[in-house]
Design a protein around this ligand. Structure first.
Ligand SMILES: Cc1cc2nc3c(=O)[nH]c(=O)nc-3n(C[C@H](O)[C@H](O)[C@H](O)COP(=O)(O)OP(=O)(O)OC[C@H]3O[C@@H](n4cnc5c(N)ncnc54)[C@H](O)[C@@H]3O)c2cc1C
Length: 440
């Protein structure tokens, strides 16, 4: 059977698109292909990411423009979560806690105070607080700290901790209710895509599929598929795995540290675990690996297909790592994953948040943490700061490093607009209703 739209990838991005198409368009003939036996098992799984709904208020590596864009998209997820929590649909998948970004020492304090002037316009619930109030919200942040150390924080009550894997399930459940005709193909791996006239033929381990329009929401695999069709040739992927250390409940909410502007990763933070608030997770680290999927060695060769052969990506990597800030950062992060010395080295980072935490209190979280597909632009020879969307002829490829889970509905909105165009405007997207429901 020929589909109007086929989505490849059943993580939070692919399922958010499925939900958007089902609820806000009249496209009926939709299929979703996922290579594993269930949805949300790769980077969207709660074990694989930091579980944070990023808005850009406490992420000091975001520019104002980026924060504005991310906020609009994160608001959509927040509205979805808040509306759907009343429904009986396994929706026990988020918790709301206070969150803050902590500046330590004069330089950081001055930077954060300056940032607050502009960012408070975008985030009216964000408050600037001093030592005393920080101590009331997060006592362990003050305990054992040098009393002469200058401290400042931006704090808000809107700290959403989300199980994005379960959110993927919720999107699927709601999409099924709205459109029982959707065809789901689990355990089905797309091996090759060929454009035939106006449509696409998808070859999988379970046979062939045909579609008028295709969206590849396969994380880092999206670039591999894009390249096989002649798109995204000037991009490579730096696969940045992220590990975590866990400890007992030492924080009441999320505490972020200040980020170095050059780095496209969130600075180390401490967060309560979504399914057990008595566990605090610290991380993530950022170590390059040669796999497209963490803990899946069979993706080693796929990684190289995505990286590309030839001198250009190698020159880009050298150019990126010759930057002293990035080089030192990567080196430190490689150490954090090493047994014993890694734990001691990482303890120093945790102590910036919880000064009197003990070595015995923390443990390396085995098997936790996925990998972020950071885009290398081989034309500029630089790391791109966020997600990449490659739009081809009737096909879209989404490559989703952090905060790809927070922006899933925003991405789905953009893709739906494009799909209507791909399908010759035969169908309608009720974007006013989407915005009424999901945009603040
Ligand atoms: C350490 C870490 C921390 C992070 N923290 C956050 C955070 O706090 N907040 C946030 O918003 N984001 C965070 N992210 C990023 C976030 O996890 C991802 O952006 C998001 O989960 C991407 O969702 P996705 O659906 O695009 O990809 P995935 O969840 O990886 O889903 C892609 C799917 O495509 C399938 N697939 C791949 N190839 C094929 C194929 N050939 N055929 C069929 N199916 C295929 C896969 O099996 C998979 O199910 C973090 C990521 C990491 C690694």
């Amino acid at each position: 059977m020929k589909h109007d739209v086929l989505i490849v990838g059943g993580g939070v991005s692919g399922t958010a698109l499925l939900y958007t198409l089902s609820k806000y368009t009249d496209v009926k003939n939709i299929g979703l292909i996922e290579k594993y036996s269930d949805f949300g098992l790769v980077n969207s799984a709660s074990t694989m990411n930091s579980q944070t709904l990023h808005f850009g208020d406490i992420e000091t590596n975001y520019t104002f423009e980026k924060a504005k864009k991310v906020k609009r998209m994160a608001d959509m997820v927040m509205k979805y979560l808040e509306t759907e929590k009343f429904r009986d649909c396994k929706c026990n998948y988020f918790i709301k806690v206070p969150k803050m970004v902590l500046a330590v020492g004069k330089e950081q304090v001055d930077t954060l105070r300056e940032r607050y002037k502009t960012f408070s316009q975008l985030f009216p619930n964000l408050r600037m607080i001093g030592k005393e109030e920080i101590g009331k919200i997060e006592p362990r942040v003050l305990e054992g700290r040098d009393p002469n150390q200058e401290l400042l924080a931006l704090v808000t009550e809107d700290g959403y901790t989300v199980d994005f894997g379960r959110l993927s399930h919720c999107f699927v459940d709601h999409a099924k209710e709205l459109n029982p005709d959707i065809s789901f193909h689990l355990n089905t791996k797309v091996l090759k895509i060929v454009k035939q006239g106006d449509s696409f033929k998808l070859f999988t381990n379970k046979g062939e599929f045909e579609a008028n329009a295709v969206v590849i929401a396969a994380g880092s695999h999206s670039l591999k598929i894009a390249k096989s069709l002649g798109y995204g040739k000037n991009f490579s992927i730096l696969s940045m795995s992220g590990s975590f250390y866990t400890g007992p409940k030492v924080l009441n909410g999320k505490v972020y540290t200040m980020q170095v502007a050059k780095l496209p990763f969130a600075a180390i933070h401490g967060d309560p675990e979504v399914h057990d608030e008595n566990v605090t997770r610290f991380g993530p680290t950022a170590k390059p690996i040669l796999l497209l999927e963490r803990y899946n060695n069979s993706t080693f060769f796929e990684y190289w297909k995505t990286f590309g052969v030839g001198i250009k990506p190698i020159i880009s990597i050298l150019n990126i790592t010759f930057d002293r800030v990035i080089f030192n950062y990567l080196l430190k992060n490689v150490i954090y994953d090493l047994p014993s010395i890694g734990k001691r080295a990482f303890l120093k980072e945790i102590k910036k948040i919880v000064p009197n935490i003990k070595l015995e209190e923390i443990n390396f979280a085995k098997g936790i943490g996925g990998t972020r597909p950071q885009i290398i632009n081989n034309t500029t020879k630089k790391l791109e700061m966020g997600e990449a969307k490659i739009v081809g002829e009737n096909i879209i490829f989404n490559i989703t490093p952090s905060p790809g889970a927070s922006t899933c509905l925003g991405n789905a909105f953009e893709d739906t607009l494009k799909l209507m165009d791909f399908l010759g405007n035969k169908y309608k997207f009720d974007k006013d209703q989407f915005e009424k429901d999901l945009v603040l």
